[in-house]
Design a protein around this ligand. Sequence first.
Ligand SMILES: [Zn+2]
Length: 77
Amino acid sequence: MPQITCSRCRESKELMSEPPFPGDLALIVQQHVCAECWRGWLEAQVNLINEHHYVMTNPEHRAQLNSHMREFLSLPD
Ligand SMILES: [Zn+2]
C-alpha cells in the first residue's frame, strides 16, 4: 500500500484504501489523513453536531462542519 504523511498526526501511514465519503473533498482527505485520524474526526463530528445542532440536510451547516473538519485534520487549502 502507498504511504502518506498524515496531516493530523504527522506520522507515515498507509493510504486509506477508499475515499471515506463521496465527493472531491474526500479525495483530499484520503491523500492527507490516516484511517485512525479519520476515525477520530468521526467521533469529534458527533459531538460537534450535538453541540451546534447541525442538520446535515442544511447546506450552510454542512459547510460549517466541513470547515471544522479541515481544521481538525489540518487539511491543506
Ligand atoms: Zn493520522
